[in-house]
Design a protein around this ligand. Structure first.
Ligand code: UN1
Length: 506
């Protein structure tokens, strides 16, 4: 493993290439400390904002909104087009920051940056497709339509595990919709945020976008609260834990703001007797162990038919054991570290609870043998006697709980009997099972896949989930509507006054 000094040098080179003003941001007395989970050590201090500075950023964004909302949407798209090009040119630099700050293996870090490029492409196309509907009016010589208008300042709160992509899902869409963005990234990944902000500023300068259209605000919870409580922030889009969403949602609602919540998951894969087990096992392994189990879409439950349970459990255990842990920059390494010691402690606490509930740890759970001070773990595979207690909670670590079933209705019932509702995968070659799973009484999650795992969604579809996952949808499909204001318009070209519903008022 390289030293912290080497990772710091790589991060500094990436920041310089991205256009970050190093001396302005990386300051010795910064309250937020950038760290690398690869060594557990500090990279640098980062300039931290105050609540008053958040208010200033929101004021500047509100001012920028007045200009930006008048810019035609396809012209707004030109900004996002340039942003996407710059991200493409700096893919390696952004990915390096993601690996250094979040510990993600290089191929996944590159994949995350690819999601940014993809959403920019999507948003550019969308900038010519912010369609409203027209409806037939019940009155002669009248026309009825809906138009979509820019909403206002969007506050983005994002998590460490997708430190650049989640920002881009929100920002690319918000910008074409005519909305400025103020972003509070995770305190664990401030350098990634500075890199994104610098690229967007470059694109803004090139196309002549108004100052204040984007700001990054660095800090702890108080900074998030300042954004959440500011009445000028029309939409708060928050990605993180259900605990965070439980606070953000009601606070934004109390001031009649809009929120878009993308919270915890407790995602399951169902394996049926007809499944192609090679496909199932490989998808389960990526879903559970990829990103060291630190995706909101990570596979956390394996619901397997009793007739194939021993075989599937054995194959997943062997695959888990064969995954190489180590330097996430190195070829062949598939397991990076957990983000920090607290994540490791949370994993151990959950495994303890699972054992106390009668769970049997079939494989993993312990620290992996890596010559570095970060918290690498072997993915844990745990057979559980029942779906209760700890199995109903999300632990942001690679723990896969296994439960068996004998009847497909029982599998669907088990699948849905958790408080979260993000993502799901069914492995089956039985078309009737697949249709039932996708139907009204099937999987109750926002994402439901057939013969595909729970993680690694494409940006073209709306992303998010139900129940404690928060109900919000980001990214593709018509998720853009959350970032706009809908107006219903009645236009009367009849030359006379006619009231709807046949009302006669003299
Ligand atoms: C997240 O973990 O917050 O579907 C986002 C996936 C990724 C996004 C995950 N495209 O796994």
């Amino acid at each position: 493993m390289k030293t912290t000094a080497e990772f710091r040098a790589r991060a500094e080179a990436a920041l310089a290439a991205l256009g970050v003003d190093h001396d302005a941001w990386c300051v010795d007395d910064g309250a937020v400390r950038a760290r690398s989970p690869l060594t557990g050590e500090e990279l640098c201090g980062v300039r931290t904002h105050t609540a008053a500075e958040v208010a200033d950023a929101v004021a500047a964004a509100s001012e920028a909104f007045l200009t930006w909302r008048e810019v035609p949407a396809p012209v707004r798209g030109a900004l996002v087009k340039r942003l996407g090009e710059l991200i493409g040119e700096h893919k390696e630099d952004l990915a390096a920051l993601v690996t250094i700050e979040a510990g993600k293996i290089h191929t996944e870090a590159l994949g995350e940056v690819q999601e940014m490029i993809d959403i920019c492409d999507f948003a550019v196309g969308l900038s010519r497709q912010l369609y409203g509907r027209t409806m037939p009016s019940e009155r002669v010589g009248h026309r009825l339509q809906e138009t979509w208008q820019p909403l206002g300042v969007v506050g983005v709160i994002s998590a460490f595990n997708f430190p650049v992509a989640v920002w881009s899902w929100n920002t690319a869409i918000a910008l074409v919709c005519g909305d400025p963005v103020v972003w509070k990234p995770s305190e664990l990944t401030p350098l990634c945020a500075l890199g994104c902000d610098a690229l967007l500023r470059r694109a803004m300068a090139e196309v002549g976008a108004p100052e204040g259209l984007h700001a990054v605000v660095i800090g702890d919870r108080a900074i998030g609260e300042a954004l959440v409580d500011d009445p000028r922030v029309a939409l708060v889009s928050a990605t993180g834990s259900t605990r965070m969403g439980r606070e953000v949602g009601p606070r934004v609602a109390a001031r009649f703001g809009r929120s878009l919540l993308e919270l915890g998951g407790n995602n399951a894969v169902i394996v049926t007797p007809s499944a192609n087990l090679d496909q199932a096992v490989s998808s389960i392994v990526f879903g559970a162990a990829g990103t060291a189990g630190q995706r909101c879409t990570s596979t956390r439950r394996l619901l397997v038919h009793e007739s194939v349970a021993d075989e599937v459990v054995g194959r997943v255990a062997r695959a888990f054991e064969s995954l190489q842990a180590g330097d996430p920059f190195a070829d062949g390494v598939l397991l990076g570290p957990l983000v920090n010691e607290a994540a490791f402690d949370a994993m151990q606490a959950s495994l303890e609870k699972a054992r106390a509930q009668g769970g049997e740890v079939v494989s993993g759970g312990e620290r992996a043998d890596v010559d570095a001070d970060g918290f690498w773990v072997r993915p844990a595979l745990v057979r559980m006697p029942a779906q209760e207690g700890v199995v109903l909670t999300e632990t942001f670590a690679p723990i896969l709980y296994v439960l068996t079933w004998s009847d497909f209705d029982e599998a669907i019932a088990l699948h849905n009997a958790v408080p979260q509702g993000l993502s799901s995968g069914l492995f089956s070659n039985d078309v009737l099972e697949a249709e039932r799973y996708l139907g009204a009484s099937g999987a109750d999650t926002g994402i439901a896949n057939v013969n595909a795992g729970t993680s690694g969604a494409e940006i073209g579809g709306a992303f998010g989930g139900e129940k404690e996952t928060g109900g919000g949808r980001e990214s593709g499909s018509d998720a853009w509507r959350a970032y706009m204001r809908r107006a219903t318009n009645t236009i009367n070209y009849s030359g006379s006054v006619q009231l709807a519903q046949g009302v006669d008022f003299g």
